[in-house]
Design a protein around this ligand. Sequence first.
Ligand code: FES
Length: 108
Amino acid sequence: MDDAPYRITILDTGETYACCGSTTVLKAMTQLGRKGIPSGCHGGGCGICKVRVVSGFVTTLSMSRSQVSEAEEAVGYALACRCYPRSDVDLKVVGRMQRAVKRPFGFV
Ligand code: FES
């Protein structure tokens, strides 16, 4: 197992957090106790945790092709619950997860 602590940066918010190589990107986020990070099946099936890896390397477990196509995977799209970092990673949230991460402060 790879337990090196890597830095994950959410480019949408500028937030960073640590994630070791034996923990998924989603699990590390939820362990921070952050509000507004949706967490679904944790099995690569629901797609709520879809992200785009902009820089860095991850290893992914199998993902539902209905959530991440081969073409999307080729350009960095992945499911955070199926990603293990192998370097520092910069990512952007997409889909349903984006709305939660970009939730505005205060009243609208
Ligand atoms: S939490 Fe369902 S696909 Fe990641």
